[in-house]
Design a protein around this ligand. Structure first.
Ligand SMILES: NC(=O)c1ccc[n+]([C@@H]2O[C@H](COP(=O)([O-])OP(=O)(O)OC[C@H]3O[C@@H](n4cnc5c(N)ncnc54)[C@H](OP(=O)(O)O)[C@@H]3O)[C@@H](O)[C@H]2O)c1
Length: 337
């Protein structure tokens, strides 16, 4: 067990859900600390029926912390993770900063749990758009070896943190009132719009978010031969990312086989009855830890292709739930140092 645990970035969109999950899942610990920036230090949070004071993130604070679940911007994670490691504190990190470091395992517990056990003090949780995709890919890859993926995402504003959520609400209200809203998280209005850019321009016309889906998929499966073509789009949905995914496998998988494989995968729920209007939608998946799959059908443009629709709560399985599951895995398998 980790005696003293901490949430770094406890006041953020993901940090708030981590707090809820640690409570709901009764994560074993004796003491807990809530860390954030100087701006939030001194504010109060409730946990386990008691009021806790948010502390400022400093190097010294890790002296008596055994496990930290970090959910901060990348530059903050870059800074605080070495502070934690110096004090022998294990970190499960949500940010993008450590994910591709060869010494840091990148883990989705249902896909590559064993990678977590070989950690050297830090374990990274993937980008939200990658997590739900690799979870859906896993049974198909095991059964038929995936060779190619074409994915288009429809990503919720909560993926851009509390500022993204504020932008959707205030921007929509302002647009309806004919007023102006100064967007904090987005470069273009998100109200009544779609923005086909998440992150910065990165490689051959792909964005940083899109390249994360490529590199993180390769790292998690340990297979760089899987070809991934992503298009990431921000849509005016408050929470839950949706993805239209087409996979091509080496060995053909039928629709019925795929449905059975998905249904037997831990963490996945199939909702798939087009005739009855049953398929996953963000409003129905909000607040749920599962990744939902529907609209499973054969690819009309290739012999070994399968198309499907995948929705997951980006703040939960895309971030907080995955991180807490990694921490639980360390406790269960005794990999706490
Ligand atoms: N949102 C998602 O769907 C999602 C999914 C997967 C991964 N992630 C990753 O998770 C991380 C957090 O995302 P979020 O959406 O929760 O962002 P957020 O709502 O903006 O929260 C950021 C957190 O980091 C803290 N922070 C900022 N600057 C700090 C500093 N100088 N020192 C200490 N703490 C500082 C903030 O504290 P203050 O309140 O004091 O500023 C806040 O608690 C990001 O790396 C993001 O890429 C997010």
């Amino acid at each position: 067990m980790f005696e003293t645990i901490a949430i770094v970035g406890a006041t953020g969109a993901v940090g708030g859900i981590i707090r809820k999950l640690l409570e709901e899942r009764k994560f074993p610990h004796q003491r807990i600390k809530f860390l954030a920036s100087k701006r939030s230090a001194g504010t109060k949070l409730t946990f386990g029926g008691a009021e806790h004071t948010v502390e400022e993130l400093t190097p010294e604070v890790f002296a008596d912390i055994d496990l930290a679940i970090g959910s901060t911007p990348d530059d903050i994670a870059k800074e605080f993770v070495p502070w934690a490691k110096q004090h022998g504190c294990v970190v499960v990190d949500e940010s993008g900063y450590w994910r591709m470091d060869p010494n840091v395992p990148l883990v989705v517990p249902e896909v590559n749990p064993d990678a977590a056990l070989a950690h050297k003090g830090v374990i990274a949780s993937p980008n939200c758009s990658t997590t739900q995709m690799v979870l859906a890919m896993k049974p198909l890859h095991d059964a038929g070896r995936i060779r190619r993926v074409v994915v288009s995402t429809y990503q919720a504003t909560s993926g851009a943190g509390v500022a993204g959520q504020r932008d959707l609400e205030s921007g929509t209200r302002a647009a309806l009132d004919g007023a102006k809203h100064d967007y904090e998280a987005f470069a273009h209005p998100i109200a009544f719009n779609c923005i086909p850019q998440i992150g910065s321009a990165k490689h051959m016309g792909y964005t940083s978010e899109e390249m994360k889906m490529v590199h993180e998929t390769h790292k998690i499966f340990g297979d760089e031969s899987i070809r991934v073509c992503p298009t990431c789009v921000r849509v005016p949905v408050s929470n839950c990312h949706s993805e239209s995914i087409l996979v091509e496998t080496e060995h053909k998988i039928s629709v019925d086989e795929a449905r059975a494989l998905f249904a037997g995968t831990p963490g996945v729920k199939v909702v798939d009855d087009l005739g009855a209007g049953q398929y996953p939608m963000p409003l129905d998946c909000d607040g749920d830890d599962h990744t939902f799959i529907g609209r499973i059908r054969e690819d009309l443009s290739s012999d070994h292709g399968l198309a499907f629709w995948c929705v997951s709560d980006n703040l939960r399985k895309g971030a907080a739930t995955n991180a807490v599951q990694i921490a639980e895995l360390l406790v269960e398998r005794g990999a706490t140092v």
